[in-house]
Design a protein around this ligand. Sequence first.
Ligand code: FMN
Length: 192
Amino acid sequence: MSKKILILNGSPKKDGNTATLVEWFCQGAKPKDADVEIVRTANLKYKVNGCISCRKCQESEKYECCINDDAKPVLARMANVDVIVFATPLYFFSASAQTKLIMDRMFSLYKWDNAAGTMKTPLMDKTLVLLASAFEDIGLDALEKPFKLTADYTGMKFESILVANAGTSGEITKKRPDVKQKVEELAVKLTK
Ligand SMILES: Cc1cc2nc3c(=O)[nH]c(=O)nc-3n(C[C@H](O)[C@H](O)[C@H](O)COP(=O)(O)O)c2cc1C
């Protein structure tokens, strides 16, 4: 059966380095006929600023966010794919705000029982991928940490490709042409 992949492109730039990383990933996934969906998180319209910690999701049986905005179907899709790819530029040694906004709304995909000390999530056993680029070669390790910790905490497999010295938006093809093959190979591996 073909693999389902959801790619969250968290760059505000339509044709930037993140878009190129996503394109390379899709090229690798294409021969395998994977079901790939790309969401540009910068285009999502939100009713709230990030997760507002209302915790209504924790009172419901369903793994869904109670806020009816563009994040809701994206979160629902996350629960139903094999691979979730976060693609983000490095912004001040962290993920872009456009990435973080949707990430925090993933709270609704977990059910905690604090008394019992348990947690359940449909994300378990999926793969979380981080594709990230930066102008310089400082801080991509800091960016990677929360994604890796989230994957470990959730029981997800983790893969990352971190591209330092990628230049400004649109320069990655010129400055880091060596990365294309790596990204394509990762996509091939994950769509097997
Ligand atoms: C708001 C902002 C913050 C940035 N912060 C960093 C940074 O901390 N370190 C770095 O090396 N590059 C930084 N950059 C550069 C981008 O991470 C880099 O050019 C990236 O490849 C751009 O991806 P994009 O074209 O998809 O937006 C920053 C760029 C912007 C616009």
